[in-house]
Design a protein around this ligand. Structure first.
Ligand SMILES: [Zn+2]
Length: 294
């Protein structure tokens, strides 16, 4: 069973702060603005470009299935590629925040969370007078199959540990990589935030053939050929697995709670990560948090 106990206080931002870029898939310019929000408000995306400015709470019940990215929807309004933003907000412990956006697709930036962390750190974090609830994993939970799975087990000393095991034996330039970290504000900022997303050359070509990603260059993210990243340099030898770890943190943030757990993910993607969130909430009898929310 999974329990909840209050540990730390909630935070929001002192002032709005914005980030601009373009969406990888759509190529459309987009500006997002992080704005302060009230106690217990959580993270909410707001589509400022649509009539009545629809609100899309960042909860697993609002998740919709799109390939290779995490997307949320409420009614007919949606937002896509939210995982790197969610990872930044969660790791900076900005619990209550409105993310005003003027497009469906979030800016890809350099493929990492760095620009979002920098923006959040450029304003002050404000303490809010209520504790942030925490999900404590007290017995093992596992979802997936033999080849790709994600597992949550009890922590050793109240930590939130995330490990990723990556296996790209079909691309020897990536190969097998494993990375684990006790996540926190500084460890995320120093070891994960700037790890960029990656694609194989054939995947990039397939996307272009579909008319997607036309504006993306080899400098905007990592595209792996047989010899390694094409026209780009790795920031870490194991940058790929670090990015996958970042993705897990962003996806698990859809729980809406801090986690007290050891998470080990093996070849899991956004869909399986969301399945873990649902299992965690279900086992903690937080059925309300599993529903769609507007
Ligand atoms: Zn990612």
């Amino acid at each position: 069973m999974t329990l909840i106990r209050p540990l730390r206080i909630q935070h929001t931002l002192s002032n709005p702060v914005s980030v601009s870029g373009f969406g990888y898939w759509s190529g459309l310019d987009v500006r997002i603005e992080f704005r302060p929000a009230a106690i217990d408000a959580g993270i909410t995306f707001v589509r400022a470009d649509l009539p009545d400015q629809p609100r899309i709470p960042a909860c697993v019940g609002n998740r919709i299935d799109l390939p290779l990215r995490t997307a949320l929807a409420s009614g007919t309004a949606s937002v896509e590629m939210v995982e790197h933003i969610m990872a930044a907000l969660a790791s900076e412990e900005v619990d209550n925040c409105e993310v005003w956006v003027d497009r469906a697709e979030m800016p890809g930036m350099d493929g990492s969370s760095q620009a979002f962390v920098d923006a959040l750190r450029s304003v002050s974090r404000v303490n809010q007078a209520r504790s942030r609830a925490r999900l404590v994993v007290t017995e093992p939970i596992r979802v997936g199959d033999e080849t790709s799975w994600i597992e949550a087990t009890p922590s050793h000393h109240g930590e939130y540990y995330v490990e990723y095991q990556l296996d790209y034996t079909n691309c020897p330039a990536i190969g097998r990589q494993c990375f684990g970290i006790e996540t926190g504000r500084d460890t995320f900022a120093n070891q994960l935030a700037n790890a960029r997303t990656f694609l194989l050359e054939q995947e990039a070509q397939w996307l272009r053939d579909q008319g997607l990603g036309q504006k993306v260059t080899y400098q905007d993210l990592l595209v792996f050929g047989a010899e390694g990243p094409i026209n780009n340099t790795l920031r870490y030898e194991d940058e790929c697995v670090r990015h996958k770890t970042l993705d897990v943190i962003g996806d698990l943030a859809l729980a809406g709670y801090d986690l007290d757990a050891r998470i080990v993910a093996c070849r899991s993607g956004h869909r399986l990560n969301a399945e873990m969130v649902r299992c965690l909430l279900h086992q903690a009898k937080l059925e309300d948090d599993l529903r769609k929310s507007a």
